[in-house]
Ligand binder design. Structure first.
Ligand code: F6R
Length: 607
């Protein structure tokens, strides 16, 4: 989603803005722009549709703004197509802004302003906010901002400059995230910490409707009534290397390789005496005994992690689990309330639908548990209980290591839950935990045999469409494998419960159509093999992900990726790795932009 950067300080502002925006590219965008106070104190705007490089090329051609204060933006189109005119910054006369989020009542405001004679040149809600700020402007930026935000409905993070207040940057947010970086004689605003890490690790987290003012002499923060407030300065524990590619061709490949470390960082602090211990997250055995049912609510990959969680929790703790897509949960009037636990899984902690689902669950009296990667994000701050995953920054749009640690947490949680409700004893729990602890090493070994996944990927690049099939936990995994492939390879793919195929979908199978069959569950193996034979005999080219020990007959599979022997329950932790690699190499073979697939955004902060 859109990225915001702002700067006031002694460096060349344009360089800082472009560098910061490049660190936010992972969020997904389709145009970029900056507004800088030039040395003559006039605002110079440069913007362009397309990649950041297009903006740089345009500035090289038309002249680069030079100054020491300004704002920058990468836009992910919501209102109006990606175009130069719709790109940010937008000006409303004396006010120029960049915006992340959606102003829901922009139409009413636009009509109101149009009645007053205000004209508009773009299709965006952002221009409406800029014009409203200008309309309300009374010479005092703080008063104008506090007055204007009362009229804005929806979500926003705004970076604002006023033509008659040169070299000062203002910022305000509601729902959409914004941090204020604090360096030596310089300050920053940004949608996310990586944008400022080259300059500082110290930052403030701006809360709802707080206003930041960045000047040469430092940062001041005000509340929504315009009163000065003091805030706690935080220090990022990420370093610059963590957000670099570290020698890998793509962030996605780097992040796939970081999975063993991410698992260790996430689970080890939560294991004491061989048993799960989630007390620091506010979860005890007593807490867990009292829930009558569990909802897991999330979007995309995080929802797929929830699917694995459902199978594992129900299998070993025998507590009912409903997995919901957050955008469905929030509008389907769910039967949820006191006595229920609602788990929200989110890498970014800012996903609009997941956040809204959490608010609804709280309102209806359920307890909420957030499983979140981004420190200090909205979902992390607002949930009743919180388990941070420690994947570190995930830059590739296609999530890999965040999914891995989400499922690792699902396992720990399920083990603790099963212990709490007396479905397993401590010895069994220790056995399960010990297996979970083995997974990083197993993944390390799997990552050494990538060739087969490269070969499988090369066989997929001409496909128009394919299916992923599996049963039980393998079905949950198939969902993730399929999403990963389609989002970065642009090949249509669906995941299907293997036993359900013959109720309609099997008619899609034609000669040579690839079917990726995940068959890691011993219990269900023979059943899945029967389903594989059904598609194989109709011409499908079957790629089988199964235990190494299984030697497929010719009527079962064309290609096989072999997995080591492991307990059925924990197989997803390792079986997802070849699925991620197949998606990755297919995208690479097709020459796609692996880390920044078209139309996608990393953090989906709008509905
Ligand atoms: C796919 C992917 C998305 C996210 C989804 C939720 O690779 O990354 O499907 O999982 O947008 O995002 P978070 O986890 O930030 O709530």
């Amino acid at each position: 989603m859109c990225g915001i950067v702002g700067y006031v300080g002694h460096r060349d502002c344009t360089d800082v803005l472009i560098n910061g925006l490049s660190k936010l590219e992972y969020r997904g965008y389709d145009s970029a722009g900056i507004a800088v106070f030039n040395h003559n104190q006039k605002i110079h705007v440069a913007k362009s549709k397309g990649r950041l490089q297009n903006l740089i090329d345009r500035m090289n051609q038309d002249g680069k703004p030079t100054g020491c204060a300004g704002i920058g933006h990468t836009r992910w189109a919501t209102h109006g197509e990606p175009s130069d005119i719709n790109s940010h910054p937008h000006s409303g006369g004396r006010v120029t802004i960049v915006h992340n989020g959606i102003i829901e009542n922009y139409k009413e405001i636009k009509d109101y302003l149009a009645d007053k004679g205000v004209t508009f040149s773009s299709d965006t809600d952002t221009e409406v906010a800029a014009k409203l700020l200008d309309y309300n402007y009374n010479g005092s930026p703080i008063e104008t901002i506090t007055e204007t935000i009362r009229d804005l409905e929806g979500s926003y993070a705004l970076g604002i400059i006023f033509a008659d207040h040169p070299n000062v940057v203002y910022a305000v947010r509601k729902e959409s995230p914004l941090i204020v970086g604090v360096g030596e004689n310089e300050s920053f605003i940004a949608s996310d910490v990586p944008a400022v890490l080259d300059y500082t690790k110290d930052y403030y987290l701006l809360e709802h409707e707080e206003i930041a003012v960045l000047t040469e002499s430092g940062v001041q923060i005000y509340d929504s009534f315009g009163r000065k407030i003091q805030k706690e300065l935080k220090t990022a524990d990420w370093d610059v290397e963590a957000i670099g590619k570290g020698g890998y061709e793509h962030f996605m490949l780097k992040e796939i390789h970081e999975q063993p470390t991410a698992i260790r960082n996430t689970i080890m602090p939560r294991i004491k005496d061989g048993l799960p211990n989630l007390e620091e997250c506010g979860i005890t055995l007593d807490t867990l005994r009292n829930f009558r049912q569990i909802f897991i609510v999330a979007c995309g990959t995080a929802m797929h992690a929830g699917m694995v969680g459902k199978y594992v929790i129900e299998k070993i703790a025998r507590v009912p689990v409903i997995v919901d897509i957050a955008s469905e949960f929030r509008y389907r009037n769910p039967i949820v309330g006191e006595g229920d636990l609602v788990i929200i899984i989110s890498q970014s902690g800012e996903t609009a639908d997941s956040k809204a689902a959490m608010h609804l669950a709280k309102k209806m009296g359920a307890k909420t548990l957030a499983i979140v990667n981004a420190m200090g994000s909205s979902i992390a701050r607002e949930a009743d209980m919180l388990i941070y995953t420690h994947a570190g920054p995930e830059i590739a749009v296609a999530s890999t290591k965040a999914y891995m640690v989400q499922i690792a947490v699902m396992y720990l949680f399920a083990f603790e839950m099963a212990l709490a409700v007396g479905k397993i004893d401590e010895d069994e729990c220790r056995r399960l935990v010990a297996m979970l602890e083995e997974t990083p090493e197993m993944i390390e070994r799997l990552l050494e045999k990538k060739e087969m996944t490269q070969y499988i990927a090369s066989s997929l690049i001409t496909a128009d469409s394919l299916l992923y099939i599996g049963r039980g936990l393998d079905y949950a995994l198939s969902m993730e494998g399929s999403l990963k492939l389609k989002e970065i390879s642009y090949i249509h793919s669906e995941s299907y419960a293997a036993g359900e195929l013959k109720h309609g979908t099997i008619s899609l199978i034609h000669d040579g159509m690839p079917v990726i069959a995940v068959a890691t569950q011993k219990e269900l193996f023979d059943k899945t093999v029967s389903n594989i034979q059904e598609v194989k005999s109709r011409g499908a080219k079957v790629i089988l992900i199964c235990r190494d020990s299984y030697e497929p007959e010719t009527n079962t599979a064309d290609l096989k990726f072999g997995l080591p022997e492991f307990d059925d329950l924990l197989m997803p932790m390792i079986a997802v790795v070849p699925l991620q690699l197949i998606a990755y190499y297919t995208s690479v073979h097709k020459g796609n932009d692996v880390d920044k697939p078209r139309n996608l955004a990393k953090s989906v902060t709008v509905e």
